[in-house]
Design a protein around this ligand. Structure first.
Ligand code: ATP
Ligand code: MG
Length: 369
């Protein structure tokens, strides 16, 4: 079978889309997705439209037409015709000839002829609010094109939704609204990213080219990491404000992260007096990183998290019985380095004890001042 040609940039695109959670540039992400859809499928034209709350196009990006052609056409797509149908019905439409579709509306004056068509809704949480579409591919669009463009459009949908929710977050205070937005973010974006992962796995099973297959696997790994960092982000959102003691936050973190992996995770909080304020956040972040590592990297069946404190120190242990690694020679990733840096800024330290084959213990000490 033919290999999907365009998968090589997927990991980067996923990363870029995830960066929208921070201060990433949504338009830039969408632009890359359109370019990727065009390049990967070999279509001559590609475009992405996003419809805002009042049915107006808020983003419209396209590739393939010259500036001159664009200027001569003038009008933006109106969402009548097939483009409207695919958003309304929230389904992919693939045609050998656009004109054959019963909803086809024709083109504005000066528009170049376009015949073969692949249009995919841009959606999140089951609601379509835009479209990613391609036209003019020699020989017509293939099943692989459909899968790949659907994956790209989901990434687009997640990026737009995340950006919108963040915008709303910036304009509201704490409390119930934050809760609701955190839930929205979780329900729409995380579920969608899971779906992208599944779609990619579907593609990878059919790919014979080993480089393409390993790129797809890499993409799936990055998606997992993105989902996890989104979970952590959402968790922090929800934990902002005055609700929740540290033990509630830790319980929730552990069950949330644990439920995404087969390992069994225990949490023991061995103290009556837990740190509060600034240190509370540090504890949550340390547990989150160490636990994420144990779940993602160790392959161990059990992970134990223990939080203990005496009057001077808060102590965190995260132990797994997995594969272990050599802390001295591990260079990938930022997690452990961040953890050490974070502990150091509050006057604490971390020790990682691990040997290949013997599991890993991360021991964090934070001074309670
Ligand atoms: N509990 C563990 N079991 C096995 N290997 C681990 C464990 N913790 C860390 N490692 C190894 O150490 C490496 C570095 O971990 P680190 O947290 O710094 O980065 P990462 O988890 O790969 O990426 P990031 O944290 O930036 O998402 C990991 O890639 C992994 O190979
Ligand atoms: Mg890590």
């Amino acid at each position: 079978m033919s290999k999907p040609t365009g998968v090589h940039r997927l990991p980067e695109l996923i990363e870029a889309a995830a960066a929208v959670v921070g201060a990433g540039d949504l338009e830039q992400v969408l632009r890359s997705l359109v370019a990727e859809a065009k390049g990967a499928t070999g279509a001559r034209y590609a475009a992405l439209g996003v419809i805002g709350e009042h049915g107006v196009l808020t983003e419209f990006l396209h590739e393939g037409l010259t500036d001159e052609q664009t200027a001569r056409i003038g009008a933006l797509p109106t969402g009548k015709g097939v483009l409207g149908t695919l958003v309304r019905e929230n389904r992919t439409i693939r045609l050998d000839s656009i004109a054959d579709h019963p909803d086809s509306y024709g083109f504005p004056p000066n528009h170049p002829p376009m015949s073969s068509f692949l249009g995919v809704p841009v959606a999140a949480g089951g609601r379509a609010f835009g479209n990613l579409y391609l036209t003019e591919k020699d020989g017509g669009f293939t099943d692989d094109d459909v899968m790949l463009v659907e994956a790209l459009s989901r990434i687009a949908g997640s990026a737009v939704t995340t950006a919108r929710l963040q915008e709303r977050l910036r304009s509201i205070a704490v409390g119930e609204d934050r809760e609701r937005i955190a839930r929205d973010l979780h329900d729409s974006v995380i579920q969608d990213l899971f779906a992208v992962g599944l779609a990619l796995q579907g593609i990878s099973e059919r790919v014979t080219d080993p480089t393409a297959a390993s790129t797809i696997e890499d993409s799936v790994d990055r998606l997992d990491a993105v989902v996890e960092s989104l979970r952590a982000y959402i968790f922090q959102l929800r934990a902002t404000g005055d609700r929740g003691q540290l033990d509630d936050r830790l319980q929730e973190l552990v069950s949330r992260m644990g439920s995404a992996y087969p390992a069994s995770v225990t949490l023991e909080i061995a103290v009556a007096r837990l740190p509060t304020g600034h240190l509370e956040d540090e504890v949550v972040k340390c547990v989150s990183e160490a636990l994420s590592n144990a779940l993602r990297h160790s392959g161990g069946a059990d992970v134990d998290v223990v939080v203990d404190a005496d009057p001077d120190w808060c102590r965190i242990w995260v132990r797994d019985n997995g594969a272990g690694f050599d802390p001295a020679s591990s260079t990938t990733g930022m997690g452990l380095a961040n953890l050490a840096a974070r502990a150091a800024t509050v006057g604490g330290r971390i020790d990682v004890t691990s040997r290949p084959g013997e599991g890993t213990t991360v021991d964090v000490r934070l001074p309670i001042s």
